[in-house]
Design a protein around this ligand. Sequence first.
Ligand code: CU
Length: 509
Amino acid sequence: MKRRDFIKYGVSGLATLVVGSKMPWLMANPAYAAVQTQTLNFTITDAVKEMVTHEPGNNLATCYFWIYKSNAPNFPADCPGPQIYTTVGDTINISITNDLDEDHAFFIPGMYNSGPIAPGATVTGTFRVTRAGSYLYYDNLNAPVNRVMGLHGAFIVMPANLRGTRARGGNRLTPYSLPTPNVQQLFNDFGRAAWWPGLAWEQGDAAATPPTLPFRQYVWLLHQASPVLFEEVGNFTPGADYPAAAFMDAFIGETDRPGLPPLIATNTDPRMAFPLPFGPGIAINNAFNKKPHFFTICGQSGHFSHNHPAITPMLRVGEPCLARVMNAGLWTHSMHLHGNHFFIACVNGRVQSNLLWVDTFTSKSMDIYDMVIPFMRPPDVPNTRGIGRADPGLPAGLGATWPPQQEFAMYQPATGTFKQSFLNPLVNVDIHQRQSPLVYAMHDHTEPSQTAQGGNYNCGSISGITIIGDRNTPGWKDFPRDEDFDMMLTFGNGAPVTKPGGGNDPPLV
Ligand SMILES: [Cu+2]
């Protein structure tokens, strides 16, 4: 274990490498911190990352990782490695240096395999991108240890033909080189069919505030981390592989072993059981369980993923988007999105013929699926005529149910709820939160993933969708936003935001 880097947890752009010059829409979005390149110049190294929780005594929780670090461009160390966006037909040069003590590799299924890279060695190569879709790049040696230790990242391939992909005219772009007729129909219908008002997936709107980018897509790269087990692997005999079977048993095994802490869930972690001031406070020691303590999406969790504009789509009704879900870890997730059902367009490389329209889908270890989120008006808003149809309104005098005018002016808790500031105990702040825009969660029904270190509920694997406006309701293109929300939105879209009907929070008292 060398711990070359310390990674600070928090909101920053998702490090993104863009191969080629065909993705100006991606380069324009600062939430991705995208840099254009033809060469993946990585070092396989290690780092300690500050995690989402604090441990007793107010220490930062940390976790040790093995990582792919981009040298040129020089990106900050992080787990996962940088997102890589490419186009079919691109040629990519590779230079990978192994700076760790044992053999490692760089592997993209069906496209590139470095083979073992000895400690201190550098492997170079070139390969051509052949198939559109969502992929993981990862270290396939000593599986699954090296991958789960953090050596993985998202590899996204866009189709080469930007003018519709099923030959005959009028077809719109899908994310695939050979979409099934039903996938093609879905993407053709966005922005055209009466029930999908607004924009096609490939359409942007520069005049919107903030501007809407075309080809809206998000990566939800799922991972789980055990600071206890990962540190043990990092401290293992230099040059020797940590036994994979023992790693899996410690990480996801279900049997308790005599004399050892029960391997059930992270809430058996004695560090978190009775922290001061509720209990005696237990000193940090090495007897904690080796289960996952942290559950991340693109390396972030809780607030940091749910409010990250490159992870959680913040769009208007009529601005459909794609979320590419990939599970680099060993845990099974069951991910439930609120507000919209989504279409499962591709599962493990197979573009689907029968598009399931669901609100929950299961992701097992190494599963990759694409979900198309229509960004329709949430159908559970009372509506007797069907999805997207004109709203007959509430009983006399109560107005319409959509747009959600009640939420526009509602604060929860109510305005005037002052609490002592976390940052400055001498200051009270109004903690009210406007119920507009509309925030819907994606949470994982595999419940332990919703915590961190057995406590801190909602510091786990969450993202969601946020509906910031409506392209189909005259006069309500954008919903009111307060300035704290605009901070995120501006970060995610680059352009200064003029908020419609919003207001500043009251001054501190
Ligand atoms: Cu749910």
